[in-house]
Design a protein around this ligand. Structure first.
Ligand code: TYD
Length: 202
């Protein structure tokens, strides 16, 4: 129904821990909607804007302190919402995001902030998506996929905190607009499951 080529914007968010293949699925979904004749905008968070850039730099230069990190994600998102998300939806486009405020709930939640509080702060300015796809995968497998070996100290990808992130994502499973989809299958299987969810099958 919502997928019909009408003029309303459609807002889809893909979430999941690192290694679940979100960016590939965003690309596949974009071609699916283009083939239906819809205008599609894809984007990601952190963005390539000034705040997003500081956040990406912190992955190599040293992690920000927790409160600053949370603020930067919020500032980055505020700009993203104002400059890209709301305008594209208002123009009737399909907006597909690789990460959104559910990642802040999960990752900054894993860092000690209350995920419900994070959600509340975000929903004061960030529109809820029509569909939230949570790609789910065992943490060990996800870490293997991103080429993480136990001795590599990439701070974003530590095992324990990813486990906590995964649990926070799974805690969203009962939201009416959300669906948890296994990321263990092939790219095509995952893509089919996502489209079935969006089309209201299964
Ligand atoms: P991402 O671009 O998905 O990672 P990569 O390009 O390395 O595959 O996101 C970068 C990291 O930012 C990721 O580990 C999750 C983290 N993140 C947060 O901690 N909070 C947030 O709100 C978002 C959007 C991302």
């Amino acid at each position: 129904m919502v997928i019909d080529a009408d003029s309303r914007g459609l807002f889809i968010v893909l979430e999941g821990i690192d290694g679940t293949g979100k960016s590939s699925q965003v690309r596949k979904l974009a071609s699916y909607f283009s083939s239906l004749g819809r205008e599609v905008v894809t984007s990601r968070e952190p963005t390539d804007g000034p705040w997003g850039k500081k956040l990406r730099d912190s992955a190599t230069l040293g992690r920000l302190d927790p409160a600053d990190e949370l603020e930067y994600f919020l500032r980055d998102r505020r700009e993203h919402v104002e400059q890209l998300i709301r305008p594209a939806l208002a123009e009737g486009k399909v907006v597909i995001l690789d990460r959104y405020y559910f990642s802040t709930m999960a990752y900054q939640g894993a860092r000690g902030f209350d995920p419900h509080e994070i959600r509340k702060r975000n929903e004061e300015f960030a529109p809820q998506p029509d569909f939230l796809v949570i790609l789910d995968l065992d943490v060990e497998i996800a870490l293997q996929r991103v080429g993480h070996r136990g001795d590599q100290a990439n701070h974003f990808e530590k095992r324990d905190s990813l486990q906590r992130c995964r649990e926070i994502f799974l805690g969203l499973a009962n939201e009416p607009f959300a669906r948890v989809i296994s990321a263990a299958g092939s790219m095509d299987e995952i893509s089919r499951d996502i489209v079935d969810f969006l089309e209201g099958k299964k």
